[in-house]
Design a protein around this ligand. Sequence first.
Ligand code: NAP
Length: 378
Amino acid sequence: MPYPYVLLSAAVSLDGYLDDTGPERLLLSSPADFDRVDEVRASVDAILIGAGTIRADNPRLLVNSAERRAARIAAGRPEYPLKITVSASGDLDPTANFWHTGGQKLLCTTDQGAERAARSGITDHADVVPLGAELDWRRLLEHLHDVRGVRRLMVEGGGTIHTQLLLEELADELHLVLAPLLVGDPKAPRLFGPGAYQTGRLRLLETRRIEDVVLTRYVPTAPGTAGRVTPADRHWLALACDLAALCPPSDTAFSVGAVVVAADGTELARGHSREAGDPVVHAEEAALAKIAPDDPRLPSATVYSSLEPCAHRASRPLPCARLILAAGVRRVVTAWREPDTFVPSADGTGTLTAEGADAVVLPEYEERAKAPNGHLLG
Ligand SMILES: NC(=O)c1ccc[n+]([C@@H]2O[C@H](COP(=O)([O-])OP(=O)(O)OC[C@H]3O[C@@H](n4cnc5c(N)ncnc54)[C@H](OP(=O)(O)O)[C@@H]3O)[C@@H](O)[C@H]2O)c1
């Protein structure tokens, strides 16, 4: 089920706090960084915060730049992104700034929370979406994607919300601003609470100095397990699709990219069709050949391939689906099932699943996988 691209955004003190415990909101970002946040807000379809942040900070959550709002309108988008808050209790002040500024608003809550919100008059200012006895983040994201058309979602805290989205492996990207001050109060809110996060390291995309703060951008790297798809699965599959563009052109074979990734998110190898002067090598074959066959990470690794691994092959003794199984890999994520162009009824997915491996297809990447193969598809 497709979800919006979820971007977590926060500023923290040097000792990892989101705020202090004083009555006023602690300003962590610098003026230029607030403007950067404004730019990110202007780029997204929706902004989400937790009810705790409404209660603590009473934010407006606007796009402040008139030029950016005008550009949104010129592009056929609403002047302001949809504003969303999440509350189990529905215990929200109907006079809070959130409800009376910007464009459309949404309260995602429980059935009980919706009743309470209706009694307090929040329904006069926002669409209230009851999502059952308890709020399930996947259901919420599905609703935003399917019903509200949200494709990019910016989440601006607080810590409870950020922690849950990262723990549930629903965050696609993290924007973290480090501010040069210390809070030192253990009662102050932290960005991330304890929990079973992905093991291994996130990938650093960027560091940027903005006046006296530093922006860092990360993406998670750990693959999902079995049929459970994580944002990292999408990142790795997108990389495999990009690698396909490196293939020497051919009129007799597909251009395919592949990446092999360990369970902790470490990239083990990558490859693409016809690489290194071998006119018949396939992407998965090229990648697997770079990994020692006894590498203990292979049984829990995932192979990402822009095209389903081949099931029949004339140029080598084993097709790629068999090579993957022989390497001990038990999870494959692909963007595109093999068409009948060269091999009728090729079914690499069937070969993999018949041997107990998990084969996941993410059709939202199919067009990207097809892009370097347009001349073969007619
Ligand atoms: N520095 C920054 O970048 C930044 C950004 C944002 C916020 N902050 C700070 O963060 C602090 C607030 O953080 P916080 O952790 O207390 O609050 P929060 O994350 O903003 O909101 C927590 C509230 O959201 C609702 N909620 C959370 N998970 C839910 C779920 N699974 N289902 C239904 N409702 C759910 C609950 O509301 P109900 O209680 O109504 O059920 C919960 O109390 C403030 O001090 C604020 O200044 C800092």
